[in-house]
Design a protein around this ligand. Structure first.
Ligand SMILES: *Cc1c(COP(=O)(O)O)cnc(C)c1O
Length: 357
């Protein structure tokens, strides 16, 4: 069975060496040596000022909102994984959707302006499939309207914009290190900020606000990454160049075969590509479904990322019309992409698409 992705497992011997080390130190969590090492290495690899590792990418968003003191309503993209908007509701706020642009599939800055209300405290854009949002336009709006920006950068691991990390934009950017992501720690995530004071506050927040054995300084919660998760991250980071090479090979193969048959996401020219996903857009939902059925019959399971458009979910109370997001959500398929994916399988997939388009 071929799925849209396959969790990457790094060199087993190396992982077991780390496990041995954990057995020797008996340091399982709470800012352990592996956690510290991974944090330092990721800071360097990604080129960011502060990075704080946490339990998962959803909690990274929730902590970001809390740390910035967000309240009221928040403007976000309807074309994303459900965690983007559910984390906003979970933290007692209302997500207001602003429609996406038809070519880059990211939140449309003009739509953001139109939806700002008196109680709006922030913008939560998503760099969907690793393609940078219009970060300059979003910054201008946020500055003018005194709004905070939290980028859901779950797809943007290692992406650069104008030769610097894309994760440096906004007040905070968050990453997900879930098993299905390009780089993972089984479950995990990270909070990135250039503001040192904010980083200090976040470090307290993720460990109950505890500052010493008998000191609890402020309100906090528990979302610490443990040593086993950090060990997985360290092993995968050693292999990340190879992962990128493999993903690039797959994207080039798909692209050359499908170029004139389906539509691809248009990437910002200033944005580097991490090839985390390979989404293709069909002309009609009917055509997409025909392809999906035939692939499924061949034991190949692409995913409808992202369907349904989040504005249609029953628990998102604020109902606006999001024609672009709904149109793209209905016609999109993310094709299988992961390092070991064989050329013969890619050939089979592209052959089925050709037959149906
Ligand atoms: C994966 C993902 C998340 C959630 O991350 P978890 O680590 O699974 O909690 C949030 N936003 C987007 C866009 C994602 O793809």
């Amino acid at each position: 069975m071929i799925n849209v992705t396959k969790p990457y497992l790094p060199n087993k011997a190396k992982f077991l060496e780390y496990v041995e080390q954990i057995y020797k130190t008996v340091w399982l969590t709470n800012n352990g040596p592996l956690y510290q090492e991974l944090e330092l290495r990721l800071k360097d690899y990604l080129g960011v000022r502060n990075i704080i590792l946490v339990t998962n990418g959803t909690f990274a968003l929730q902590i970001a909102y809390k740390a910035l003191g967000l309240k009221g309503s928040v403007i976000t993209s309807p074309f994303s994984f459900v965690a983007t908007s559910s984390s906003i509701i979970w933290e007692g706020m209302e997500p207001i959707f602003a429609d996406i642009s038809p070519n880059d599939w990211n939140i449309n800055p003009e739509e953001i302006e139109r939806h700002i209300r008196a109680d709006t405290s922030a913008i939560v854009p998503v760099h969907v499939f690793g393609n940078s949002c219009n970060v300059e336009a979003i910054e201008t709006i946020a500055h003018k309207k005194k709004l905070k920006i939290v980028y859901d950068a779950a797809h943007a691991f290692g992406v650069n914009y104008k030769d610097a990390s894309l994760l440096g934009y906004g007040d905070i950017s968050t990453l997900s290190f879930h098993a299905t992501k390009l780089f993972h720690t089984i479950e995990g995530g990270a909070i990135i900020t250039s503001d040192d004071e904010l980083a200090k506050k976040i470090r307290l927040m993720i460990n109950f606000g505890i500052t010493g054995p008998e000191n609890i300084e402020s309100l906090g919660i528990n979302c610490k990454m443990n040593e086993f998760q950090a060990a997985m991250g360290l092993c995968i980071l050693d292999e990340v160049d190879q992962i990128h090479k493999e993903r690039k090979r797959i994207v080039e193969y798909y692209t050359s075969e499908l170029e004139n048959l389906v539509k691809f996401q248009s990437f910002d020219i200033n944005c580097s590509r991490n090839n985390a996903y390979f989404p293709v857009l069909f002309n009609t939902e009917e055509q997409m479904k025909k392809v999906q059925v035939e692939l499924n019959n061949n034991d190949i399971f692409p995913r409808r990322y992202f369907f349904p458009s989040l504005d249609t979910l029953e628990f998102n109370v604020c109902k606006q019309s999001m024609p672009v997001s709904n149109s793209i959500a209905s016609r999109i398929l993310c094709l299988p992409i992961y390092p070991e994916l064989k050329d013969t399988i890619i050939a089979k997939i592209t052959c089925i698409i050709k037959r149906n388009c």
